[in-house]
Ligand binder design. Sequence first.
Ligand SMILES: Cc1ncc(COP(=O)(O)O)c(C=O)c1O
Length: 449
Amino acid sequence: MFVKISLSTTIKASISLSSLRNIQSYSVVMSKFDLPDRLKGNDKSVWVEYIQLALKYKPLNLGQGHPDFYAPENVTKALVDAATSDNPLLNQYTRGFGHPRLVNVIAKLYSKLLDRTLDPNNEVIVTCGAYEALYDVLQGHTNPGDEWIIIEPFFDCYVPMIRTAGGIPRYIALKPKRTNELLSSADWIFDKQELESLFNEKTKGIIINTPHNPIGKVFTLNELEFIANLAKKWNTLVVSDEVYEWLVYEPYKHIRIATLPGMYERTITIGSAGKTFSVTGWKIGWAYGPANLLYNLQVVHQNCTYTCNTPIQEAIAVGFEQELERFGQPDCYFVSLAKELQPKRDYMAKFLSDIGMIPTIPEGGYFMIATWTALKDKVRLEEETDENKDYRFTKWMTKNVGIQGIPPSAFYVSEHKHLAEDYVRYCFIKKDENLKKAADILMKWKSQQ
Ligand SMILES: Cc1ncc(COP(=O)(O)O)c(C=O)c1O
């Protein structure tokens, strides 16, 4: 008996020792492959999560910002021509900082718009979407401890990009002047004193986004001048995310901060072919600005993607050349797309108001935010587990009503997410028939007991 017990104790001891060793060595191996510290906290992405949700529940998707109609025929045809061209080099690597035909026409366009001559080889860089341009700026211009001022709500990648580069985001929120009635995006403003108080010796730059996603705000000359004066006073950069530059509704006008006195020297402006030509899947963007500032972006780009897709760059170049020929005329896509979208915007504002939401009418872009709290009794938020109510609202609506929107708190830092919980963001660059479907679904849901 004694022997038996002592034997089994020994076996037990040896088993537990070996499994302990296994667990230890397993956790040593695993911790070696943990997410590196500089990426921690960056693992949640509203896009990844909501695309999954859409795939699973197949709602009418008013969430992600892309058209559900055909891209303009001239650019898709230009892509076919490029890919099947008798010039074999159009399917091979092209110049790393931008395909020559594309940087030439981008420089030509912005030289006209900025009324200064841009050097296509040193003052323009082509990137894999505006996303990569943002990444190149933030990696290329951030030393550990540098501060970046961000205006909330902000396009969600700014913050992880700053943090990954060792920078520190500082926040200021756009706030509505009132909340209980129909609003314009012009009613969303920042407090000037608060913005001024964020600038200091450590400030590397401020990121602005005009026209704005998700509010649709088009920054006024007065607001841009205020920002420009602070940037000059504190010798900082301005990163101007202008991916929706052509989507501005009458009577508003897009102003490029780089055109203000003394601002070209400190501004990097970012654009997107995806937004400009309604081809978001093509993922080509660009940045333009003074050569000394763009040099840092070139260093990041050449060690990251190095070069972008050649036939797509060729097709976008052709698209730009054609738009330049009809620049300022009603059939120029830069003008006609906004004209086409304005009635869609107004239709969405009406059907959201009709069901009791309070929309903010955007001056630009193709998103609309609206408060949904008047409908709270019709939604069973308790069935969802997310911390923020707008996440619960949008998920419940996707699963139970068949309409998907995006929770705007995704565009706020954790401490400020509560500011957005009463809102939902919908996208209106959709076919009329799909907007009508959305209106019908929401009306039917609203009228159910
Ligand atoms: C404000 C803003 N910046 C940048 C981007 C990224 O643009 P791209 O698709 O060209 O990478 C988007 C896309 O939705 C955006 O809304």
